[in-house]
Design a protein around this ligand. Structure first.
Ligand SMILES: Cc1cc2nc3c(=O)[nH]c(=O)nc-3n(C[C@H](O)[C@H](O)[C@H](O)COP(=O)(O)O)c2cc1C
Length: 196
C-alpha cells in the first residue's frame, strides 16, 4: 500500500461544545504526512428502522459510502451511562445493515474518547470493542486514548490545549496508519495465497 492512508473519523456527540468533537478536531491538526483524515458528522441520521434498511435515508447512504472509501476508521466516543451514546450506536447499526452489506467489514479501527470524569470513557470504549467483533472490524489495541477531566484540557474555543493528550493522539494516529498498512498487507498476502 504505497498511497496515503485515508481515515474517516466521527464522534458520538452532536453537542456543539463537545469534548469528543474537540479531540477529533485536534486529531485533524496532527494527521501524519502519509495519511489524511476526513470528519463525518452524525447529525441528521434518523433513528434506525429495519423497515427502511433496504432503502436507507440519503444521509445513511452517504455515511456508508464514506466508510467504504476509507482505509481506516477513527471513532471519538463519549461515555453515556457506562456505555456508548445512542447516537453512535444508531449510526453504527445503520452502516452495518442490511445483513451482508456491512460497510465496516474488515476495516481497521481505533478509538479515542473524552469525559468529564476520572475514567475518560474507558467503559464506553470497551463496549464499543464488543461491537467490533460482530462488525468484523480490525481494532487496534494500543495506544489507548482516554481523556479524563476534559473540561480542564479543552479551552473555551474548543481547542485541545493539553500537550500530553495531544502527544497521545499523535501517537495513536501514527499507530493507526502503521496498523492499517499491516492489515492491508496481510489481506493482500492472503488473497495471493488463495489465488495460487
Ligand atoms: C446521558 C449522559 C450520560 C452520561 N453518563 C456518563 C458516564 O456513564 N460516565 C461518565 O464518565 N460520564 C458520563 N456523562 C458525562 C459525559 O462524560 C460528559 O457529558 C461529556 O462531556 C460528554 O461528551 P461530549 O462533551 O463529547 O458531548 C454522561 C452524560 C450524559 C449527557
Amino acid at each position: 500500500m504505497d498511497q496515503k492512508v485515508h481515515i474517516l473519523g466521527f464522534a458520538g456527540s452532536l453537542r456543539k461544545q463537545s469534548y469528543n468533537r474537540a479531540i477529533l478536531a485536534a486529531a485533524l491538526e496532527m494527521v501524519p504526512d502519509d495519511a489524511s483524515l476526513e470528519i463525518f458528522d452524525l447529525e441528521r441520521i434518523p433513528p434506525f428502522n429495519q423497515d427502511l434498511e433496504l432503502q436507507p435515508p440519503d444521509k445513511v447512504k452517504e455515511f456508508k459510502a464514506r466508510i467504504r472509501a476509507a482505509d481506516a476508521i477513527l471513532i471519538a466516543t463519549p461515555e453515556y451511562n457506562y456505555s456508548i451514546p445512542g447516537v453512535l450506536k444508531n449510526a453504527i447499526d445503520w452502516a452495518s445493515r442490511p445483513y451482508g452489506d456491512n460497510a465496516f467489514n474488515g476495516k481497521p479501527v481505533a478509538m479515542i474518547g473524552a469525559s468529564i470524569g476520572t475514567l475518560g470513557t474507558a467503559r464506553a470504549q470497551y463496549h464499543l470493542r464488543q461491537s467490533f467483533v460482530f462488525l468484523n472490524m480490525c481494532p487496534m489495541n494500543q495506544p489507548e486514548v482516554m481523556v479524563s477531566f476534559a473540561q480542564d484540557k479543552v479551552d473555551g474555543s474548543g481547542r485541545l490545549t493539553d500537550e500530553k493528550t495531544r502527544k497521545k493522539i499523535r501517537e495513536l494516529l501514527e499507530s493507526l496508519v502503521a496498523w492499517t498498512r499491516r492489515t492491508k498487507l496481510a489481506d493482500e498476502m492472503q488473497t495471493k495465497k488463495l489465488a495460487a
